[in-house]
Design a protein around this ligand. Structure first.
Ligand code: NAD
Length: 243
């Protein structure tokens, strides 16, 4: 028996990195998974690699109408939508003084508004089913200040706050909402921060970066009924970085 048997999940930013690792773990534990992204070729290749229980759909998470159409399509095709992982995100090294209003608005649109639109889109079917799990991917940058990535940190704190408010709002409907806070995870995103990874590794108490799958295991737990009494909280996967 898989921990996600019969569950249907939507994972944004699933073409690569952590989202792709989560999709693979979810399918291995019995779920049907839709991965959504703007990287269409990579997304299709990832879904093909994972197998029949995974399919790719184009979704820019800033597109309100796109969210409505995709959620309606999944519910029509599968009769349910049990799990949303709001994982899509962008990162830039950019301190406060170097941040233009356009830079700020662009990152908020993806990292923050995208999470709002996603939660709002899945709430009706989950509320109707009186069951669901929403997992919002924040960061250790949503637990601490990050001087060299001002806007990124602002969006990840926002995700943490939105998670708690949505959890309170939706708890009586049986829908759980939690945030996950990765530290340094070995994906494409990290290359901008430290191309050779060495400096980052030295700063981590466990002495290494995490694999995407190590975050995925925590996300899987939150998606499963094993976490049925967890809502509104932060789950930190950072090798001790913020301990
Ligand atoms: P990644 O860059 O490999 O993956 C991010 C994915 O999001 C990409 O596939 C990208 O195409 C997609 N995406 C970007 N903009 C999008 C949009 N508008 N609509 C749909 N998809 C879009 O990086 P990752 O490490 O897998 O990041 C996953 C999440 O984890 C992000 O939210 C990131 O902020 C967070 N995170 C990453 C780290 C890390 O060290 N890598 C640490 C903390 C938090």
């Amino acid at each position: 028996m898989g921990r996600l048997d019969d569950k249907v999940a939507l994972i944004t930013g699933g073409a690569r990195g952590q989202g792709a690792a989560e999709a693979e773990l979810f399918v291995a534990d019995g779920a049907t998974v839709v991965i959504a992204d703007v990287l269409d070729d990579e997304g299709r290749a990832t879904a093909d690699r994972i197998g029949d229980a995974c399919r790719y759909e184009h979704l820019d998470v800033t597109d309100e109408a796109g969210w409505g159409a995709l959620v309606a399509d999944i519910v029509e095709a599968h009769g349910r939508l049990d799990v949303l992982v709001n994982n899509a995100g962008i990162f830039r090294v950019q301190p406060l003084g170097e941040t233009s209003l356009d830079d700020w608005n662009r990152m908020l649109a993806i990292n923050q508004t995208g999470v709002f639109l996603g939660m709002r889109a899945v709430a009706p079917p989950m509320t109707a089913a009186r069951s669901g799990s929403i997992i919002n991917i924040s960061s250790v940058a949503g637990l601490n200040g990050v001087g060299m990535a001002f806007t990124y940190s602002a969006t990840k704190w926002a995700v943490r706050g939105m998670t708690k408010s949505a959890a309170q709002d939706l708890s009586r409907s049986g829908v759980r909402v939690n945030s996950v806070h990765p530290g340094y995870i070995d994906t494409d995103m990290l290359r901008e921060l430290d191309p050779d990874r060495g400096n980052l590794e030295r700063g981590v108490p466990l002495g290494r970066l995490a694999t995407a799958a190590e975050v995925g295991e925590v996300v899987l737990f939150l998606a499963s009924d094993e976490s049925g009494y967890c809502t509104g909280h932060e789950f930190v996967v950072d090798g001790g970085l913020t301990a």
